[in-house]
Design a protein around this ligand. Structure first.
Ligand SMILES: Nc1ncnc2c1ncn2[C@@H]1O[C@H](COP(=O)(O)OP(=O)(O)OP(=O)(O)O)[C@@H](O)[C@H]1O
Ligand SMILES: [Mg+2]
Length: 366
């Protein structure tokens, strides 16, 4: 008996998305079922190309349809259509230039030097590597480090409102205060100017269609995060911590700032999790093990993963060749960033499938 499209869809109901707890047919992920004799082909359209369980879902889908009577050959193509919050749903509250940006994700921490910029850059590159379209906005108006970390310091082209072309490096669209200022001169940026700059970066840069716009925040709990939350519908924030910070007040401060701003905390990253010797590979857990993960769990925050303290990460950052695209960085260190990206994309998808994005916050007098 010839196989039917209904039978194929019925068979695929055994394939469950582990995060959304529904089957892929119910979620409308199965597209373009074509049956030619005993050959069945179809697409599974996930909510992110960075889905960590993509291969497993493909395997299960293949197996389920292969088991049907009358099927000889099965071809499964995995595709992705990143979902967004408000912007993608046509309820744009932010600037029109952001209407093609599906997810705005801020990377912050309670204090300086914990690796926010390093994590932001490598996260952006790891998402890009999966096939997503990605931008990186340097929200560190006072001390931009994106130009150095990506070895890109050109003056952006385009003039006037809504007309700035972002720079490009390694396939990322970029904007940084560093592109606009003389690197030799000290930067004096007052509070109100920060708000203007943030709004301009969001509203005047031609970001185009992006699955993810990653925003690197300055240290602490200040103006930039507030301006962002007031100016654009943020999908959420990633908080970076070092292992010893978890017992300190800083990471709590960052999380409670985002909560006050009604920005969902998408996850905690433990940077410099353990020291790994660049020459012998020896691992030393200087600050103990598992603290950040346990803390995240106690706060009901997803733990996105840890990144080792490895000399190659610092060298790559200084030379403008980030770890993820630097072949001198050991593969398992690069994989640590890939895991972060997969976990982040996963939690963004879960959030977007569950609840609409938060409205922009309004604070009287600001
Ligand atoms: N996992 C790592 N292994 C080795 N070095 C790292 C790692 N993460 C960050 N670094 C280095 O630590 C320094 C601080 O990192 P980074 O600039 O990313 O921190 P930051 O939190 O953005 O700092 P700031 O608060 O000044 O913006 C940099 O020299 C960077 O190369
Ligand atoms: Mg930084």
């Amino acid at each position: 008996m010839a196989v039917t499209a209904e039978a194929v869809l019925d068979a695929l109901r055994v394939v469950q998305d582990p995060d959304l707890n529904r089957d892929i047919v119910d979620l409308n992920f199965v597209k373009d079922v074509v049956i030619e004799g005993g050959t069945v082909s179809f697409k599974v359209e996930l909510t992110t190309p960075a889905c960590p369980v993509k291969d497993e879902l493909k395997r299960q889908a293949h197996e389920a349809v292969t088991a049907l009577d009358g099927v000889d050959t099965v071809s499964v193509e995995m595709t992705a259509q990143v979902r967004g919050g408000q912007a993608a749903q046509g309820q744009t509250q932010g600037p029109p230039q952001l209407s093609g940006v599906k997810n705005l994700i801020a990377v912050g921490a309670g204090k300086g030097g914990v690796g926010k910029s390093t994590v932001a850059v490598n996260l952006a590159l790891a998402l890009l590597e999966t096939g997503a379209t990605v931008g990186l906005m340097d929200g560190d108006v006072y001390g931009p480090s994106i130009p150095t970390m990506l070895d890109n310091n050109e003056q952006p082209t385009g003039t006037g409102p809504n007309e700035i072309d972002p720079n490009q490096a390694y396939g990322l669209k970029l904007m940084s205060m560093g592109f606009l200022l003389d690197p030799e001169k000290p930067m004096i940026v007052r509070g109100p100017i920060v708000h203007t700059v943030v709004r301009q970066f969001l509203g005047d840069v031609k970001w185009g269609e992006l699955d993810y716009l990653i925003i690197d925040l300055p240290p602490g709990t200040g103006d930039v995060a507030l301006s962002l939350a007031q100016s654009a519908p943020l999908t959420g924030a990633v908080v970076v911590s070092t292992p010893q910070d978890v017992s300190l007040i800083d990471v709590h401060k960052a999380v409670s700032m985002f909560r006050t701003l009604k920005v969902p905390v998408l996850g905690l990253v433990e940077n410099m999790s353990f020291y790994e010797c660049g020459s012998c590979g020896n691992r030393d857990e200087v600050f103990g093990h598992g603290g950040a993960k346990a803390w995240a769990q106690s706060e009901s925050i997803p733990f996105l993963g840890g990144v080792p303290l490895h000399a190659s990460v610092a060298v790559g950052g200084d030379e403008g060749k980030p770890a993820l695209v630097d072949e001198r960085t050991p593969e398992h260190v690069r994989d640590a960033f890939r895991t972060l990206a997969g976990e982040l994309a996963r939690h963004v998808s879960i959030l977007n499938m569950q609840a609409p994005a938060q409205p922009l916050i309004q604070i009287k007098g600001l």
